[in-house]
Design a binder for this molecule. Structure first.
Ligand code: GDP
Ligand code: CA
Length: 324
């Protein structure tokens, strides 16, 4: 079986690690192949290095190197390089980069500088983290740089800032007026991305941010059409529980695009291709969707086992819709 998933960072990575665990525990599913299409709209150049936060969170989580408490960055990390940069007055200082993490950004930037595509760079990083051994392929959504910028207005007037500055530095506290995926007009889907959707048996949307993770991937030319045209059932997992994001500021992102912070409204963003929608038990009763089948269950990924059970439920719904 071929499973394809679209993913952002922490929510996507925890869900997909759970999915791999679920597959490995199911004798008839253990040889399933998982292809992950990762959001690169969060990417940013810092200190001359290319940083891909969502791809790295996926690599570290699936490869067993993640800082579990934070959900991002490396376990057993130190910050000596960042301290040295601060001593030189180098900016920005608001984006935390650990010493081990710097290794990833250095080698990625070196390879990109040699003309290696982000797809190939990501494959090399994934090899180090053992993803191929787990039958996982991690693809960036695009090889061309796309950066999410946020149009904000405060006492300094209206301006666009990088998504990371809005999210990390300002904690989404400045109201966003809109998001711009800078570079998307010149972007194409990375090799293998559209095929992974077209040839999948099942497509899953983890509970990633619907606006700045999944929403950005859906903006890559051809992705949305491939999902609409896909014969495979597309099943999503709600990132909202009782209308609130479990972590992060998805509510602020939804507000910026004029969408209510409800699980029904999030499903509405996927309406043209969504076949199944897994929601939290408390959201189930009030929810009727025109096209998609709704299923309710506890959706808090409180630990790896809980994530595996949630992923298993999403897959089960997809297989049911497939009539398998
Ligand atoms: P990011 O790129 O690190 O922000 O990660 P994602 O975009 O992949 O996922 C962020 C989303 O995951 C947020 O909107 C959260 O509400 C959602 N999320 C995080 N943990 C959980 C959880 O345990 N259950 C559910 N249902 N959603 C979660
Ligand atoms: Ca992200």
């Amino acid at each position: 079986m071929r499973i394809t998933a679209l993913a952002g960072g922490v929510g996507g990575a925890r869900f997909l690690r759970g999915l791999r665990t679920h597959l490995d525990r199911s004798p008839d599913l253990a040889d399933a192949e998982l292809t992950i299409i990762g959001n690169t709209g969060d990417d940013i150049s810092l200190f001359g290095l290319r940083v891909c936060p969502d791809l790295d969170t996926l690599l570290y989580t699936l490869g067993g190197g993640i800082h579990e408490g934070q959900g991002w960055g490396r376990a057993d990390e130190s910050h000596r390089v960042q301290g040295e940069l601060a001593a030189y007055g180098a900016v920005p200082q608001w984006f935390a980069l650990g010493d081990l993490d710097f290794g990833t950004h250095i080698v990625r930037s070196q390879w990109l500088g040699q003309g290696v595509s982000l797809t190939e760079v990501t494959a090399r990083l994934a090899a180090r983290w053992g993803l191929p051994d787990q039958r996982i392929t991690l693809l960036p959504m695009s090889d061309s740089p796309v950066e999410t910028h946020v149009v904000v207005e405060d006492e300094d007037g209206q301006r666009a800032i990088h998504f990371q500055e809005w999210w990390v530095r300002h904690q989404a506290s400045i109201p966003a007026q809109r998001f711009q995926a800078v570079g998307m007009d010149r972007a194409t889907a990375a090799p293998g991305v559209l095929d992974a959707i077209r040839t999948a048996d099942v497509v899953l949307l983890p509970p990633s941010n619907p606006v700045v993770s999944i929403g950005i991937i859906l903006g890559v030319p051809g992705v949305r059409d491939a999902l609409r045209g896909s014969a495979a059932p597309v099943v999503g997992v709600s990132p909202l529980i009782g209308g609130m994001p479990v972590r992060g500021h998805a509510d602020a992102c939804l507000r910026a695009i004029g969408v209510e912070s409800t699980t029904a409204a999030v499903a509405g963003l996927y309406e043209d291709f969504l076949d199944g929608w897994l929601v939290s038990t408390e959201d189930e009763a009030s929810l009727r969707l025109a096209r998609a089948a709704v299923r309710g269950r506890p959706l808090l990924m409180s630990d790896a086992d809980a994530a595996a059970e949630i992923a298993g439920a999403a897959l089960e719904l997809a297989l049911e819709l497939k009539g398998a």
